[in-house]
Each structure stands twice: as C-alpha cells, then as structure tokens.
Design a protein around this ligand. Structure first.
Ligand code: FAQ
Length: 317
C-alpha cells in the first residue's frame, strides 16, 4: 500500500506523523525553496538587526547596560550564524545568500528599517521586537525541518534574556523622571505598530502561509501570533504605566482577547519593498562591512586550505 503512495504523499504522512525532516531526506523542491527563503531571511534579520542596536553601544548610559547590550548584539550575530548554517544544509552557500540580501532579492524583517533615536528605543526594541520574535520563534522550535528546529531552541533561550533586558530598560525609564517617562512613552508610540507588522500580512493576504502550515514549517498563523503577542504585551505596558498607542484597543470578554485597530498595511508594504526610513542605510552599511571584512574570509580560507593539505600529506605518509 505504502509503495503505491507518491513521494509527496509519503513526505506529507511523515510530516503529519510529527517526524523531523533531515538534510539528506527526500523533500519536495518547493519545501526546500520555502525553507531556504524563510531561514535565510531570518538569518539576514538577525544580522541586520545588529545595526539599530549597535548604534547605542558607545552611548549606553552605564557600564552595566553597555556590557549587557554588547552581549545581546553578539548573540544576534550568533543567531545569524546558526541560521545561515541551517540554510546551507539545504544546498545554498553563504555567499549566494549574502548576494541575495545585498541585491534586495531576499528580504529581512521590516522592523529593522526603523531608526533607534533614543536610549528608550533600545528598551523598546528588547521589550517589543524581541518579545514579538519570541512569540514567533517558540512555534519554530517545533518546525518540521530538523536543523532549523534545533537552531531555534538555543535562539529562543537567548531571546528571552533579550526581552528581559529591554523590559528592564523601559521599566526603569517609565518609573524615572517625567522626562524619562515621556521618552519611554515616545519609544512605545513609535515601535508598537512596526512590532505588530513583524508577524507579516494578515492571514488572508499571506501567500505562503497555507502551504507552510500544511508542511508544518509554520505552526501558527500570522494573525494568531500577532493576537497572542498583543494579549501578552498590553498588561506589561499597563504594569509600568505606559499607554499602547491604539485608541481602538479594547478587551473583548467573549473572545478573551484584545480587539485592536487597523494596521497601516501601506506602510508595511512600502517598508518591505525597500522604501522604509532606513532600508538604504542598512544595506549600504552591510555592503561596507562585508567588503572591509574580505581579508578575514580570505585568511580563514587560506588557513582551512593549509589544514586540508597537511591532513592529506599526513594520511598519504
Ligand atoms: N518583514 O506569505 P507571508 C528578530 C514577506 S528575528 C519583511 O506571510 P511567510 C530577532 C514574506 O517574506 C525577526 N518581510 O510569508 C532580533 C513574503 O515575501 P517573500 C525575523 C515580511 O514567510 C531582535 C511576503 O511578505 N524573524 O527579530 C515580513 O509565510 C532584535 C508574504 O508574507 C523571522 O524571520 C516582515 N515583517 O511569513 C534580532 C522568523 N512579513 O519572502 C536583532 C521566521 C512577511 O515571498 C535585534 N520567519 N514578509 O518575498 C517567519 O516566521 C515568516 O517568514 C514570517 C512571514 C512570519 C516573517
């Protein structure tokens, strides 16, 4: 009976049985392509996300906050590395992914195209951006592709520390002087809606969702995750006396969830098309850093080649 099933049907049954797909397993070409797209875009987001935060390392208000921010930004680089490695198991190399990023063929999260104007923004990024990232990524620890799922377990643990780091900053400012509280509120006003956009278009306008859910690459829909994030975050804002900038936000007894206002989808599509406040600056900076780092890659390759030759000579002897 099983042998009469097509490869695709067997693949679907295997996924439905909650088994993980590993790099050498047979997989539909579209599954492979979807994963390369999602994992590489995720990796690019981690790496580009270092820029708005790195911007504040030299200006952190204390040695303690500087050390914590440095550690966080280094973690993001590490996340990028695990994710590029996971994508490489699908048969694409790092250089090709970087080219796709730099030429605009591959996207990265819309959120990193907004500027971090004040120290309170670093709090808002940790609290809201990492908070939204965790909301999305906890489901990805159960994604059907083994290497992606394992990378996400470690990443999620680190993201929890990042979220706490941000909430601590914003809480301190919200409970500080009148001016500090105003800065915290201003940061929340500017980062709230872009954070909600991180979850992607609403389910009806999400071309990839249905197939990705069927293949268990995604486990929850964009709108479900967005709602869960809102329900979790509103009480956190209330706890520190800040106001969510949405006049339509209202607790809905029946749904046991918050109703919220309409998103500005024009803004979202404009940003992902490359026209957000910082898109050009982010890519220009990446290209510059990549070019300036060429000598490191050359040295690493030369060293690997030397090791390979030495091993070859030893095994021939
Ligand atoms: N920004 O059909 P869907 C972080 C694109 S990590 C830009 O719904 P899908 C950690 C989408 O790619 C944040 N583009 O797509 C951190 C597609 O275009 P394409 C990154 C977006 O893939 C914190 C098109 O729209 N996290 O923050 C966005 O099923 C602090 C149609 O959309 C991940 O990448 C967007 N927001 O669902 C680091 C998580 N939304 O590719 C530093 C993994 C949608 O066909 C500092 N990714 N698009 O040209 C995912 O879960 C999914 O890919 C979604 C999108 C949910 C993002």
């Amino acid at each position: 009976m099983t042998s009469e099933l097509s490869l695709e049907e067997r693949f679907q049954n295997y996924v439905d049985g909650e088994n993980k797909i590993e790099p050498k397993d047979w997989m539909p070409e579209k599954y492979r392509k979807t994963l390369i797209r999602q994992i590489s875009q995720h990796a690019h987001s981690e790496v580009i996300g270092m820029q708005p935060e790195g911007n504040w390392i030299t200006r952190a208000p204390s040695l303690r906050s500087k050390l914590i921010l440095l550690a966080k930004v280094q973690d993001e680089a590490g996340h990028g590395l695990y994710l590029y490695s996971a994508a490489e198991t699908l048969g694409i190399d790092r250089q090709e992914m970087i080219e796709q990023l730099q030429t605009g063929k591959a996207k990265y999260s819309s959120i990193f195209n907004y500027p971090t104007l004040t120290w309170a923004d670093i709090g808002a990024v940790g609290w809201l951006v990492d908070g939204a990232a965790i909301q999305n990524q906890v489901m990805l620890t159960r994604t059907s592709y083994g290497p992606y799922s394992r990378a996400m377990v470690k990443i999620c643990k680190e993201e929890s520390f990042h979220q706490r780091q941000g909430y601590e900053i914003i809480m301190k400012m919200a409970r500080g002087t009148k001016e500090q509280k105003a800065m915290a509120q201003d940061a929340l006003n500017r980062w709230w809606w872009p954070s909600l956009m991180m979850f992607g278009p609403s389910d009806d306008d999400s071309p990839n969702s249905a197939q990705s859910m069927k293949w268990k690459i995604k486990r929850k829909s964009n709108d479900t995750l967005r709602q869960e994030f809102i329900d979790k975050t509103v009480p956190q804002a209330e706890f520190i006396g800040l106001t969510i900038p949405d006049p339509d936000l209202k607790w809905n007894e029946e749904r046991n969830s918050y109703d919220f206002g309409e998103m500005n989808w024009d803004e979202f599509y404009n940003v992902i098309k490359g026209n957000g406040p910082c898109n050009k600056q982010r890519i220009a900076h990446h290209v510059k850093a990549h070019e300036e780092g060429a000598w490191v890659r050359e040295a690493a390759n030369a060293y690997a080649e030397k090791q390979r030759k030495r091993k070859e000579a030893n095994s021939a002897a």
